[in-house]
Structure formats: structure tokens, C-alpha cells
Design a protein around this ligand. Structure first.
Ligand SMILES: NC(=O)C1=CN([C@@H]2O[C@H](COP(=O)(O)OP(=O)(O)OC[C@H]3O[C@@H](n4cnc5c(N)ncnc54)[C@H](O)[C@@H]3O)[C@@H](O)[C@H]2O)C=CC1
Ligand SMILES: O=C([O-])CC(=O)C(=O)O
Length: 271
């Protein structure tokens, strides 16, 4: 397998480190697409001897030409918009971290069409959240009621629309600044509410999935709560995610979930 990677930030590093620790041969061939070549080169260098045949690209055509098989997007909504269709049309499966980009219905349709044209799949790992398997199964028997609550420390909401809605630095207690549909949450908080989109796509869609976003000065972790009521199952889960070292917005589980998607491509037993 030749692994393709878009992005060279915190999630990409978490993903590569996990693959290197568990199945280093999967990094024998690695192609990286970045906007900033130096950043891509630093990421590859950090993998040491694991990534033996590597290439760093700034143009999608060169990246695809390098023969990357499965492509992991760890870059942001913009990257899904810019590169998603080209990857899929070229017949490469695309593992998407920035699932919130798919809240744009016309982009989702365009990517589906590109996937059909290329004979490729879009794969959406659970990312920072859990319970996606049970939700997607429950969906097969009726229409579940789904609520997602994302709680993060104020620093994780810096640089987002939350700054205009609440005085992040002055908070003394947990404060809800968004309540509504998953579609608006995913669109308006592109670095923080991808899990809302993943939950919507696994379950009852972007309108029916209810979302609450909370800035909480009393916590230091990224907390994800998912509540599902359905004909098949009722569950309520709470994940307390450790933020990644380099990006407080992103939980470590998100990068590890991307790694699992790659490891599963090669596994004999797929869980
Ligand atoms: N599904 C999930 O559970 C989660 C998804 N995410 C998504 O993953 C993305 C990456 O997260 P982090 O690595 O923590 O962010 P980061 O900000 O640490 O790294 C993003 C990297 O991607 C690069 N980049 C941005 N746009 C690009 C483009 N168009 N082409 C190539 N490279 C580009 C940036 O230069 C940066 O190096 C987030 O922006 C978010 O959309 C983040 C957390 C959880
Ligand atoms: O990593 C997290 O905690 C969740 C996140 O940022 C997202 O869903 O975009």
C-alpha cells in the first residue's frame, strides 16, 4: 500500500506516529500533499527511518501521479473542497477527517459523483467521537432521535465564531453558545464540529441531528456526549478526549481513528 496524506498538522502527526508504532511497513511509501513544503518535509523527517520512500508535493496532479493509493485527508474543509473530487475521480479511496465539509450538500453530491466515476470510496472514520457503529446500526430500524453535545475549554474555541458569541476569557461556568442543527454547527465551526457531521451522516442527517456546543472553563479535555433513542437501542455516551499536543481543538482520538482506518485496510481481521 502506498499511503497518501493531505495536511501536515497535529492530526497527521498523530496518525503517522500510530501507524509507525503498530505497522511501520505501511509507511514504506508515503506521499504528502501540503501547501507549505517545509511543513510537509518536517513531518516526513519526524518519521525517521519508517517512511523510506517519501515524496512531498504542493500540486494535486504531482501528488496523484506519485501513485498514492489510499488518501487520508487531515487538513481541513478547504482541502476536501479543493482536492476531494480529483482524488476520487483518480480512483483513490479518500479517508476524510474534515467531514464537516460534507454539510455543503452540493459538495457532498459532487464528491459522490466523483467517487462513482472513479470507482472509489469516501471513508468517514468515527474521528474524535464514539458510538457511530451503534447509531448507524440503529438507523437501519426506524428513525433515531440524536443529540450531540460538544464541550471544550475556552481556549479550544479561540479563533472561531464562538469568540463573537461569548466572552471566552471571562467565562466562569459552562456556557452554551450554539444550539441547533448539525448542518450549521459543522459549517460555522469547521475545526471543532466535524464530529457533528459524522454523527449526522451515520444517523438521521444534518437537519434532524440536534447539536449543542459549549465552552467550559472548568474542563481541560474535549468532551463529546452523544445521546441516541431509537426502536433498536437507547444509549448515552461521554468521551473525555485528550487534546492533541499541537492543536487544542483536536482530540488525540481523531488522529488515532484515522490511523485505525489505514491499519484496517491491511488487516486480516477488521474491527
Ligand atoms: N473528524 C474528527 O473527529 C475531527 C476532524 N478534524 C479535522 O481535521 C483537520 C486537521 O486537524 P489538525 O491536524 O488538528 O489541524 P492543524 O491545524 O494542526 O493542521 C492542519 C494542516 O493542514 C494544512 N492544510 C490546510 N489546508 C490545506 C490544504 N488545502 N491543502 C493541504 N494542506 C492543508 C495546514 O497547513 C496544516 O498543516 C481539522 O481542520 C478538522 O477539519 C479535527 C478534529 C476532529
Ligand atoms: O477533536 C475533537 O475533539 C473534535 C473536533 O475538533 C471536531 O469534531 O472537529
Amino acid at each position: 500500500m502506498k499511503l497518501g496524506l493531505i495536511g501536515a498538522g497535529g492530526m497527521a502527526a498523530t496518525m503517522l506516529e500510530a501507524i509507525a508504532a503498530h505497522e511501520p511497513r505501511l509507511l514504506d511509501h508515503l506521499a504528502v500533499l501540503v501547501r507549505d513544503r517545509a511543513k510537509g518535509e518536517a513531518l516526513v523527517a519526524a518519521q525517521g527511518s519508517c517512511a523510506r520512500v517519501t515524496s512531498v508535493h504542493t500540486e494535486i496532479e504531482d501528488f496523484l501521479h506519485s501513485g498514492a493509493g489510499v488518501v487520508c485527508e487531515c487538513a481541513g474543509h478547504g482541502a476536501v473542497r479543493e482536492h476531494g473530487a480529483a482524488v476520487l475521480k483518480a480512483g483513490r479511496d479518500l479517508v476524510i477527517a474534515s467531514t464537516g465539509a460534507l454539510a455543503d450538500a452540493s459538495l457532498l453530491e459532487a464528491l459522490k459523483a466523483a467517487a462513482v466515476q472513479g470507482g472509489a470510496q469516501m471513508l468517514l472514520p468515527a474521528g474524535a467521537v464514539g458510538g457511530i457503529d451503534a447509531l448507524a446500526a440503529a438507523r437501519l430500524l426506524g428513525t433515531p432521535r440524536v443529540t450531540y453535545i460538544g464541550r471544550k475549554p475556552p481556549r479550544a474555541w479561540k479563533g472561531t465564531k464562538a469568540e463573537a458569541l461569548v466572552a471566552l476569557d471571562a467565562l466562569t461556568e459552562a456556557t452554551t453558545f450554539y444550539e441547533g442543527a448539525a448542518r450549521d454547527a459543522a459549517r460555522d465551526f469547521p475545526q471543532n464540529a466535524n464530529v457533528a457531521a459524522t454523527i449526522a451522516l451515520a444517523g438521521v442527517g444534518f437537519e434532524a441531528t440536534r447539536v449543542r456546543l459549549v465552552a467550559d472553563p472548568t474542563i481541560s479535555a474535549n468532551v463529546h456526549e452523544l445521546e441516541v433513542e431509537s426502536d433498536a437501542v437507547r444509549f448515552s455516551i461521554r468521551l473525555v478526549g485528550v487534546p492533541s499536543r499541537s492543536n487544542p481543538k483536536t482530540s488525540l482520538t481523531a488522529g488515532l481513528s484515522m490511523a485505525r482506518a489505514v491499519l484496517n485496510r491491511d488487516a486480516v481481521v477488521v474491527v
